[in-house]
Design a protein around this ligand. Structure first.
Ligand SMILES: Nc1ncnc2c1ncn2[C@@H]1O[C@H](COP(=O)(O)OP(=O)(O)O)[C@@H](O)[C@H]1O
Ligand SMILES: [Mg+2]
Length: 383
């Protein structure tokens, strides 16, 4: 048997709920998830991260101090994970560190995307080579720098005779479309972009309305609170009218756009104010909004396909039920069906990006991000 080629992928999405770690073996043709680990952020770290999503006072000091603090949080999680797995730093070829996005502005003249969680500090603390800053080169080549996971989706899900979608419902939701061989013959190609908000607005509205429900969680568990309200079609139309949904792909978005300020602006419209909706009605509408924006995109690309779901949002039973209702003509599956744990897929993708860096494999998808050429993403940081 060949020696294992173990990489660790480290992902923390815009929900800022915590870090997902995946230990992946690249020894065989198909990457294999060996183990996974999750560490929630404490309230303090969660707040520090989310307070950097939009412009405010003293951002440089706060961001760069958090850059270092997060590297310590990441390193501690990795060291615990290694102990659990009875592994040593020498057993790991490299860590693929996505980092924590605090700002994503791919569409302005001097576009940028910013992930913190210092790779150099992480390498020194873990004594493992770290590959990170994956989004920078795609942005430098005129791309969106996001989403990066579709290239990895191709590695895992490509052997199908059907059209395939992979939908990741994190804070923001992203969709990958992998055309079947037949569809490729008809000229269809890989597509991937952010469909819009996933859990972001539901989470924000839930926390903002603490007084209206009895929960200390930062999310509406299984949409229980949403279920006490009724989705409103006028509000839904107002939300769906947003310019983001009219833009063609490639496109990506983040918390600097889909946030409470965005929602309050929509709610302040006289037609919406006149409706006198309850906070729970608004939550019900936001849940429906996430489901509709995802299903609309799927239907606009292919009418018959397998749809694999992953990401935390799919644990929301009410959201899952709405998606099932809107996608009755599709075969709905969890990525677990393909042996890929729905909560580890993104972390696995960052382990693959580190592997691709080491092996000099092209790892961006110009068709997805709009970058001017294929390239190998990432930079290496040594202990
Ligand atoms: N049982 C659940 N009910 C409702 N929402 C859930 C549930 N489980 C997870 N979530 C949502 O999933 C989010 C975490 O998903 P994740 O895929 O980690 O997102 P991100 O990639 O943005 O970090 C939580 O913040 C929450 O909004
Ligand atoms: Mg998360």
């Amino acid at each position: 048997m060949n020696k294992a080629q173990l990489y660790i992928g480290l992902m923390s999405g815009t929900s800022a709920d915590g870090i997902d770690l995946a230990l992946v073996d690249f020894n065989e043709k198909t990457p294999k998830l060996v183990a996974s680990y999750y560490q929630a952020y404490n309230q303090n770290i969660h707040r520090k991260i989310t307070s950097l999503y939009t412009p405010a006072d003293n951002e440089i000091d706060r961001a760069f101090s958090l850059n270092n603090e997060l590297a310590h949080v990441f390193a501690q999680a990795i060291n615990t994970f290694l102990q659990q797995q009875k592994l040593h730093s020498d057993d790991i070829v490299a860590i693929g560190n996505h980092g924590q996005t605090i700002r994503h502005r791919p569409n302005q003249t001097h576009s940028f995307t910013l992930q913190i969680g210092c790779c150099q500090t992480l390498a020194c603390l873990t004594q493992i080579k770290v590959i990170g800053q994956f989004r920078q080169k795609d942005i430098a080549l005129g791309g969106q720098g996001a989403p990066l996971v579709p290239a990895f989706h191709q590695v895992i899900f490509n052997n199908e005779n059907h059209d395939v979608f992979i939908v990741n419902i994190g804070g923001i939701a992203n969709i990958s479309y992998l055309p079947s061989l037949n569809a490729i013959k008809q000229g269809k190609t890989l597509i991937g972009y952010d469909s819009g908000t996933g859990n972001a607005l539901m989470d924000d509205w839930f926390v903002f309305n603490k007084a209206n429900h009895n929960s200390n969680k930062h999310y509406d568990d299984n949409g229980h609170w949403a279920a006490t309200g009724t989705a409103n079609s006028v509000l839904l139309q107002q939300l769906l009218n947003d310019n983001y949904f009219k833009l063609p792909a490639p496109k990506s978005t983040g918390r600097e756009y889909f946030n409470l300020t965005w929602l309050h602006k929509k709610l302040a419209h006289p037609t919406i104010k006149a409706l006198n909706l309850s906070a729970a009605d608004i939550q019900a509408s936001l849940l429906q909004f996430t489901a509709i924006t995802i299903s609309n995109e799927i239907k606009s690309i292919s009418l018959q396909a397998k749809v694999y779901f992953c990401g935390g949002g799919i644990h929301n039973t009410r959201l899952k039920h709405k998606l099932n209702q809107l996608l009755t003509d599709y075969e709905i599956l969890m990525t677990d069906h393909k042996g890929v744990d729905a909560d580890s897929l993104e972390a696995m993708a960052f382990a693959w990006l580190a592997y691709a860096y080491n092996k000099k494999i092209f790892s961006n998808s110009p068709a997805v991000t709009g970058a001017s050429q294929k390239t190998t993403l990432g930079c290496a940081f040594y202990p």
